[in-house]
Design a protein around this ligand. Structure first.
Ligand SMILES: *[C@@H]1O[C@H](CO)[C@@H](O)[C@H](O)[C@H]1NC(C)=O
Ligand SMILES: *[C@@H]1O[C@H](CO)[C@@H](O)[C@H](O)[C@H]1NC(C)=O
Ligand SMILES: *[C@@H]1O[C@H](CO)[C@@H](O)[C@H](O)[C@H]1NC(C)=O
Ligand SMILES: *[C@@H]1O[C@H](CO)[C@@H](O)[C@H](O)[C@H]1NC(C)=O
Ligand SMILES: *[C@@H]1O[C@H](CO)[C@@H](O)[C@H](O)[C@H]1NC(C)=O
Ligand SMILES: *[C@@H]1O[C@H](CO)[C@@H](O)[C@H](O)[C@H]1NC(C)=O
Ligand SMILES: *[C@@H]1O[C@H](CO)[C@@H](O)[C@H](O)[C@H]1NC(C)=O
Length: 376
C-alpha cells in the first residue's frame, strides 16, 4: 500500500506534514488499551503498543488532559487515571470508586486550565455527574462536587465552556440539556438551567464552541444536530429550534440509526484562541450490514456559527456502538473513527474543497474500539 517514493513526495508536499502521530484507543470490553501510530506521509496506521490496564470491564470512554500527561478511563465501577509514560505506554496511578447504583462510567472530560478538574458521567437513571479534583501531576484525587439532574435523567455526554466555568450535559434518558456553573476555587457546582428537548430527540453528546456563542447537541434518536445559542456572560442556552439531519435526505428509517458524536476540529496554531474550521459528526447504523454516516459543518471563524453542512457520507461500516470521531491535533482535515461493529480504527481526511471526506488508513483490531484520544 505504500506509494512510490516520488509520488508520496509530490502528493503530500502541500500538506506540510511528514510526521508520525500517536493516539490511544479504548475498548468496550477487556482490559487492553492500544497505542497506535499514524504516519501522515505514507497514510498508514500501526498498532505499536498493547497496554494491559486495571480496567478489566472495558474502557468505555477515555479522555486525555490538556498537558497530555494523563489518560482518564471510565470503566464499570471506577474512573481511573493513568500517567502517559516516556515510552508512550500507560501506568496506573489512582481511581475513584463509583456508587453502587451509578457504576456505568460512560463519559469523561477534563478542564483545559488549572486546576484541571475532571468531569465524569455515569449512564444510569438518576445519577449525578461528578467533578473530580486532580493533584499537581493530573492524577485523580477525589470527587469534590456532584452535578445533579432529575431522577429520570441519564446523562451520556458532557462538555465545558472554554473558561471551564460552565458544564453542559446531554441527558439522553431524560431527553434534556442541562447547564451547571462550576467554581473551581470553592469546588461547588450549581444547576442553572434545564431545557427539555423536543419529543423523540434524546441528546447524547454535545460540543460547546470555544468562542462561547454556540453549543451543538447530537440528538441520538432523531439523528440530527441541534443548534443552541449561548449567552457568553451567563452561560445560559436558547434552543434555536434549528436542526440538521445527520442522515441523507429521504431517509425515513431513522429508527435504524443512532447518532453518536460531534467534535470540533483542532486549530493547529494557537489552539487556545483560534476558531475551529469544522464540526465533525458520527452516526451509527443499528445494522452491521448497513453503513453509518459521517457529516461535517463549516463554522464561521469569528462567531462559531454553522455556515454550511458540507457533506453526509457513508462510513466504511456501521460503526457498531461507536463511530466516534476524534479530530487530529496536527491538521484540521484529519480525524480518527472507531468502529466496534467490524472492529477497526480509521483515519479520515476531509478533501481540500471540503465537499467530501474519505478513509485514508485502516487498522483492523481484535476487539471493538470505543473512542480514541490523541497524544501528538
Ligand atoms: C497486540 O496484540 C495483537 C493481538 O491481540 C497482536 O496481533 C499484535 O501483534 C500485538 N502488537 C504489539 C505491538 O504487541
Ligand atoms: C515503559 O516504561 C515503563 C516505566 O515508565 C516500564 O514499566 C515499561 O516496562 C515500559 N514498557 C516498554 C514496552 O518498554
Ligand atoms: C423522583 O424522586 C422523588 C423523590 O424521591 C419521587 O417522589 C419520584 O417518584 C421520583 N420520580 C421518578 C420518575 O422516579
Ligand atoms: C466569552 O467569554 C470568555 C470567558 O469569559 C472570553 O474569553 C471570550 O473572549 C468571550 N467571547 C466572546 C465572543 O465574547
Ligand atoms: C423555539 O420553539 C419554542 C416552542 O415553540 C418557542 O417557545 C421558542 O420561542 C422558539 N425559540 C426561538 C429561538 O425561536
Ligand atoms: C434506510 O433507508 C435508506 C433509503 O431507503 C436505505 O438506503 C438504507 O439501507 C436504510 N437503512 C437501513 C439500516 O435499513
Ligand atoms: C495566541 O493568540 C493570543 C491572541 O492573539 C496571544 O495573546 C497568545 O500569545 C497566542 N499564544 C501563542 C502560544 O502563540
Amino acid at each position: 500500500m505504500r506509494p512510490a517514493c516520488s509520488l508520496s513526495i509530490v502528493s503530500f508536499a502541500a500538506l506540510v506534514l511528514g510526521d508520525s502521530h500517536y493516539f490511544f484507543s479504548g475498548f468496550f470490553a477487556g482490559s487492553t488499551i492500544v497505542g497506535v501510530e499514524f504516519d501522515d506521509a505514507t497514510s498508514t496506521l500501526s498498532l505499536v503498543n498493547n497496554i494491559t490496564t486495571k480496567a478489566t470491564s472495558g474502557s468505555k470512554w477515555i479522555a486525555i488532559d490538556e498537558r497530555k500527561r494523563n489518560v482518564y478511563v471510565g470503566t464499570t465501577g471506577y474512573v481511573q487515571s493513568y500517567a502517559v509514560t516516556a515510552n508512550m505506554s500507560l501506568e496506573y496511578v489512582s481511581q475513584i470508586t463509583l456508587s453502587a447504583s451509578c457504576q456505568n462510567a460512560n463519559y469523561l472530560t477534563a478542564a483545559s486550565t488549572s486546576p484541571y478538574t475532571v468531569f465524569a458521567a455515569a449512564y444510569s437513571t438518576g445519577c449525578p455527574a461528578q467533578a473530580i479534583a486532580v493533584d499537581d501531576s493530573g492524577a485523580l484525587q477525589s470527587s469534590v462536587a456532584d452535578l445533579t439532574y432529575s431522577n429520570s435523567s441519564g446523562v451520556h455526554g458532557l462538555d465545558l465552556s472554554s473558561d471551564n466555568g460552565f458544564v453542559y450535559s446531554a441527558d439522553d434518558m431524560g431527553n434534556a440539556v442541562w447547564v451547571h456553573s462550576y467554581d473551581s476555587t470553592s469546588q461547588t457546582a450549581e444547576e442553572i438551567q434545564y431545557l427539555a428537548a423536543p419529543s423523540g430527540a434524546n441528546p447524547r453528546h454535545l460540543a460547546a464552541h470555544p468562542d462561547g456563542q454556540w453549543v451543538y447537541v447530537v440528538y441520538e434518536e432523531a439523528n440530527s444536530l441541534a443548534v443552541y445559542k449561548r449567552d457568553n456572560a451567563t452561560g445560559l442556552l436558547t434552543d434555536m429550534n434549528t436542526t440538521y439531519s445527520l442522515l441523507p435526505s429521504g431517509y425515513t428509517n431513522t429508527s435504524n440509526y443512532w447518532a453518536d458524536e460531534a467534535k470540533f476540529s483542532i486549530p493547529v496554531f494557537n489552539s487556545s484562541t483560534a476558531s475551529p474550521k469544522y464540526l465533525i459528526t458520527g452516526t451509527r447504523s443499528r445494522s452491521t450490514s448497513s453503513p453509518g454516516y459521517i457529516s461535517a459543518f463549516a463554522l464561521d471563524a469569528s462567531t462559531g456559527a454553522i455556515t454550511e453542512q458540507l457533506f453526509i457520507t457513508p462510513s466504511t461500516a456501521s460503526g457498531g456502538s461507536a463511530n466516534a470521531v476524534s479530530p487530529a491535533p496536527f491538521s484540521e482535515e484529519y480525524f480518527a473513527i472507531t468502529d466496534s461493529g467490524s472492529n477497526f480504527v480509521e483515519m479520515w481526511r476531509i478533501a481540500d474543497d471540503a465537499t467530501s471526506a474519505a478513509a485514508v488508513a485502516h487498522l483492523g483490531l481484535s476487539a471493538g474500539p470505543a473512542n480514541v484520544v490523541w497524544v501528538s
